[in-house]
Design a protein around this ligand. Structure first.
Ligand code: MN
Length: 364
């Protein structure tokens, strides 16, 4: 594993934006409740008898335990666990038990609540997950030069209960989304940890859009000029790229429609981080890589037919766009260890990337 090369070149402190947060206590209470209700709305389809009560108890315990704490932005601290829980539900697809753990994830480390308190209220399963989350924080807090070693320790925990890792990733994603309020040194430390440890972890867990967002957010702090430059060029070329992607998809969509498959097809522009990597690796200009994009076809088919149908879609794509033979990846016959099953193919003389994926791994 490579070590983080930025450690030694951290630039001097930059000024922190002044927190703008001036709600009175009553408005603040309403704001907290608003976030809590939004969380419950996302969770509603998964609630079984008695669950709502458990989630409420977890929320009230966490809100009470963190009540004197604020985030760097000036917000009440409880908005952070609420946001982490919402990411778990809406962006990772986790359920009630994980929501409870996410609400409580910082209590044992940062407040007077103990594992015994959680055990008494929620039992062993939830307590073990919160314990795992607390331990990861401690491992990460020690020495950054031991990151490779720490990474292995995290992966060992993974075999225990993958929810620990998934909730930790949600925690990190929210911290990255709200990193503006941290000091420059802290931003760089967290961003480099994210790029070296958490983004690869998200990839391994099959959370591809979270992986991409973590990479982009890390780059925003570690390489601010390059980030702003590419982001600006991307927004200037957005219309042109969207039109190009739509035109690329149109013949495929027509064929798929005629075939009667149940499917979704969409194009995904490359992330800022991956464009930047290409520019660096190949020594080319933005203009030569910016129109690369991925197409994803998601098929809704029965278990017996999914393999066959997936290959049919593959052949429809390759009839339309010439594939480059050495770029076919078959994760249908050999699914990834995280359950990902798909065919990947790179097509076309201009180099667009076609991708046909038949399923996502979903977690509880
Ligand atoms: Mn946290």
């Amino acid at each position: 594993m490579q070590m983080n090369p930025l450690e030694s070149i951290i630039p001097p402190t930059q000024e922190i934006p002044i927190p703008k947060y001036d709600l009175d206590p009553e408005q603040e209470k309403q704001e907290i409740l608003r976030h809590y209700r939004a969380l419950l709305r996302g969770l509603r389809p998964k609630l079984k008898r008695g669950d709502r009560e458990l989630v409420r108890i977890a929320f009230e315990m966490a809100a009470d335990a963190h009540k004197t704490m604020r985030r760097k932005s000036g917000e009440p601290y409880i908005l952070h666990p609420l946001a982490v829980a919402k990411i778990c539900v809406e962006e990772i697809g986790l359920g009630v038990r994980s929501t409870i753990c996410a609400l409580l994830h910082d209590t044992v480390e940062d407040t007077d609540l103990t594992l015994e308190d959680l055990e008494r209220e929620f039992g062993n399963e939830i307590t073990k997950i919160v314990d795992g989350l607390t331990k990861i924080s401690n491992v990460m807090d020690t020495n950054t030069s031991q990151q490779a070693e720490n990474f292995k320790k995290i992966l060992l925990t993974l075999t225990d209960d993958p929810r620990v890792i998934l909730i930790k990733l949600a925690d990190r994603l929210h911290n990255m989304r709200t990193l503006d309020f941290m000091k420059r040194e802290k931003q760089l430390k967290i961003a480099s940890e994210t790029i070296w440890v958490y983004a690869p972890l998200a990839h391994r867990m099959g959370l591809y859009s979270i992986k991409t967002e973590l990479e982009d957010l890390s780059m925003k702090y570690m390489e601010p000029e390059a980030y702003r430059d590419i982001a600006k060029k991307l927004s200037e070329t957005k219309r042109e790229r969207t039109r190009y992607i739509n035109e690329f998809i149109r013949p495929l969509r027509e064929k798929l429609d005629r075939s009667g498959f149940k499917f979704e097809i969409y194009g995904r522009p490359k992330s800022i981080h991956s464009i930047w990597n290409k520019i660096k690796k190949k020594g080319v200009a933005f203009e030569e890589v910016y129109d690369l994009f991925a197409i994803r076809v998601i098929l809704d088919s029965s278990q017996e037919k999914e393999k066959e149908e997936c290959w049919k879609v593959y052949s429809m794509i390759t009839d339309e766009y010439t594939p480059s033979p050495e770029r076919l990846r078959d994760w249908l016959s050999n699914p990834k260890s995280n359950g990902y099953e798909a065919l990947h193919t790179t097509n076309g003389a201009t180099g667009p990337l076609g991708r046909s994926a038949n399923s996502y791994q979903t977690y509880e």
